[in-house]
Design a binder for this molecule. Sequence first.
Ligand code: URA
Ligand code: CA
Length: 438
Amino acid sequence: MRFVDVIEAKAEGNELSTQDIEAMITDYVAGKIPDYQMSAMCMAILQKGMNARESTDLTLAMMRSGDVVDLSDLPGVKLDKHSTGGVGDTTTLVVGPLVAACGGTVAKMSGRGLGHTGGTIDKLEAIPGTNVSLPIEQFKSIVRANGLAVTGQTGNLVPADKKMYALRDVTATIRSIPLIASSIMSKKLASGADAIVLDVKTGTGAFMRTKEEAFELARLMVDIGTLAGRKVRAVVTDMNQPLGTAVGNALEVEEAVALLSGQLEEQDPLYEVCMILGSSMLELAGLAETEADARAKLREAIVTGAGLEKLRAMISLQGGDASFLSIEGMKRLTAVKRHAFVLAEKCGYVTSMNAEGIGTAAQLLGAGRATKEDTIDPAVGLVMKVRCGAKVEAGDVLADLYVNDDRYLQDSINLLTASIHISEELTELAPMIYGVVS
Ligand code: URA
Ligand code: CA
């Protein structure tokens, strides 16, 4: 079939065959399908959708466009987790060590941050010396020795996604649920894990603005992973405020270290989301019978310090200086030229936040990138001093800014002020966890 006929079939809302989807990806990566035809196809998919079978075929075709990592010679169930991206989302640096301390095998390939969202690889690089581009054999040998390693995606992992994502970005076709699901799942399947826990965010800082869309994406990703022979569970969680209080690279590592040192309360949103993700991983790996059993094991790994030891061991094995990984040590990495504060302009309750605005405010201070080529300052960022639901007086500190470069400081302060909403009446707060899809 000519590709123009395949585009037309999708534009009319028809189901595409496995062969047509495979040929589309092979030919696009080989340069035989031009960008303008692929753009039209992405728009047709955005408008007409794809069912689980088509989405799985697309995912597998994308996965096969590059390297597929083979972890089968490592012992146990190989575990991975993925977050659809958020602000102050430091879960990998908490959950990975805790699950490994409970006997799990965590082999994680992570990405960098872009725009208002952070990325685990940038956070790890905030710890001096840490190598986040491990050759695959070294990555596997660290996982074998330590039960945990985190590295950046290898250069040739899912080239089809790199090419398609860049095209979608400039043709207003990012927001298609089948295209997002296949983009994420092709990278997860190519990374070689047997069991995958997905954290699907919804809210003002997430791709999926509504709960309904988030569940639709979660359902589709679980179906794709299951049809591809993996164990997958998705948790839909709130992103209507930063998950942790810290937004910035070393600052987020510092918060992860605090949690692993037992310094966060169990009601803390970051603690709660880490518990549900970690217990899902232990259950999928067969390392816990029930969620209660899993949570007890994770808590134990905090209390004994076994989780923090796993993170230290991983950093050492990846060439980093693990002596920074203590409450005192991290203070050396978050030292900045000066602090600035955002104060409450009136008294009332913090009823909502724009998490994207808060992420962008940290980016303006140098904690994130506007384009892939930007460099980041690992020490800078901000720490939120209030959560949704907090009662504040005029003049109370809402956020503490860690500043090395004043250039966009005022813009950052203005954006933060606009992103934290204070009302006279306390309204109903969003839950932390909306539900689990498996
Ligand atoms: N994250 C991805 O990796 N791909 C998408 O399409 C959206 C979010
Ligand atoms: Ca993230």
